[in-house]
Design a protein around this ligand. Structure first.
Ligand code: C5P
Length: 402
């Protein structure tokens, strides 16, 4: 997908540099060519040899390297790529960029380049939240610099919060998007697709809610795969663990009723894929105030009301029904039989069924084993990565729409 594209990849000095090695592999397998640049600090975390072995090209390291300068000057080097990617982008590197400093090869290239620059920041949470870094990020955004991440989570230093480098897959998405491979080209160009994803949160009171274990990984991968085929994607997501893909229209919601409103507002669409794990019930007597223990030992009683079935509602539309409505069925037993019944009951065209029993590791995991149930019958797909399931499903959608 990135065949013929060259990425100038600057590897900064941070522990996340090991993930950059995985990014290099993904870039190579997507067909991209790489010009790696390793900063002095970067060599403390990954070796020039491992970068060269994976990238297929030796990394440039020194600004005043006689051999390198004679073969390709640093100005020329800064212009050879289609995109400049910095991963990890450290606080120091970003500060230098924001100030326009050019005291080593990496910063000189960043100042001299005429190409778009994408940063994947990685640093300690305090460093990311420091007013100086906040200022630098604002300046860089203003300068048109693109960002992928950082993610929030546990960090190598043991702290928790934003600052973790985005996963290679997320950076790949941002790279594709920066290179303009999102909407506009591909078999789904000109098509509008709605994807729901993630769990919903149904409030009990202002501080408590009912949720489920959906991470949003499968829905996110589907949105990215449809985008990669050129579709304009409305991505309607509950509070998910994974970051939404770049290059899609993100509508963030909390509850099932908000999700339903957002889906209706996004119509008309050619396709709607309902990958969200929508809560079936909401708390009817959700309080405006925090429910308190009053010392009497009396327990609160929650009353439930049924949430709207968004999938069934859209599948049942007579006006503005998308040509293809795809539902999911997460089952713990009798997967195919239950999912087949669900397809009829909900009136959707396809059901993507999977077994989410605890032993399968599918809920919250990276892999999925699905059965695609269409009007023509049942197709069992082998267990594969959620990204691969998404790509296959997107390809099938494109094929069906012709
Ligand atoms: O009935 P069940 O929750 O198993 O159905 C799953 C399918 O229905 C999924 O595609 C899910 O996104 C969708 N759904 C919905 N609205 C609901 C419940 C489920 O869109 N309230």
């Amino acid at each position: 997908m990135l065949a013929g594209k060259r990425i100038l990849l600057i590897i900064g000095g941070g522990i996340a540099a090991y993930k950059t090695l995985l990014l290099i592999r993904e870039l190579r397998s997507a067909g991209a060519a790489l010009t790696p640049v390793l900063t002095q600090a970067g060599t403390q975390f990954v070796t020039p040899l491992s970068v060269a072995a994976l990238a297929g090209e030796k990394p440039y390291q020194e600004l005043f390297d006689l051999t390198d300068e004679a073969e390709m000057g640093h100005i020329e080097l800064s212009r050879t790529a289609d995109l400049v990617v910095v991963a990890p982008a450290t606080a120091d590197l970003m500060a230098k960029m924001a100030a326009g400093l050019a005291d080593d090869l990496a910063t000189t290239l960043l100042l001299a380049t005429d190409k778009r620059v994408l940063l994947a920041p990685a640093m300690n949470v305090r460093m990311w939240q420091h007013p100086a870094t906040r200022r630098n990020v604002a300046v860089l955004r203003d300068d048109g610099i693109l960002f992928a991440g950082p993610d929030e989570g546990e960090m190598a230093c043991g702290e928790f919060g934003p600052g973790r480098m985005a996963e290679p897959g997320t950076i790949m998405d941002a790279i594709r998007n920066a290179l303009g491979q999102g909407a506009g080209t591909g078999p789904l160009a000109g098509r509008h697709v709605i994807v729901t994803s993630g769990p919903t949160h149904e409030p009990i009171d202002p501080v408590r809610y009912i949720a489920n274990r959906s991470s949003g990984a499968q829905g996110t991968a589907i949105a990215a795969a449809l985008r990669d085929l050129g579709a304009r994607v409305s991505f309607i997501t509950g509070p998910a663990d994974v970051a939404p893909p770049v290059g899609v229209n993100v509508v963030a919601v909390q509850t099932a009723r908000e999700m339903e409103q957002a889906v209706k507002a996004a119509l008309p669409a050619d396709v709607a894929v309902f990958a969200a794990a929508v809560a079936d019930w909401r708390v009817k007597n959700a309080g405006a105030h925090k429910i308190k223990k009053d010392g009497t030992g009396n327990l609160p009683v929650l009353e439930f009301a049924e949430n709207p079935d968004i999938l069934a509602g859209i599948a049942g539309l007579t006006k503005e029904r998308p040509a293809l409505v795809v539902g999911f069925a997460a089952e713990t037993d009798d997967v195919v039989a239950n999912a087949t019944r669900k397809r009829h009951r909900k009136g959707c065209d396809w059901i993507v069924a999977n077994d989410v029993s605890p032993g399968t590791g599918i809920m919250g995991g990276d892999e999925n084993a699905v059965v695609l149930i269409t009007g023509e019958g049942t197709e069992e797909w082998p267990r594969m990565g959620k990204d691969e399931v998404a790509r296959r499903l997107a390809a099938r959608i494109a094929e069906t729409l012709g």
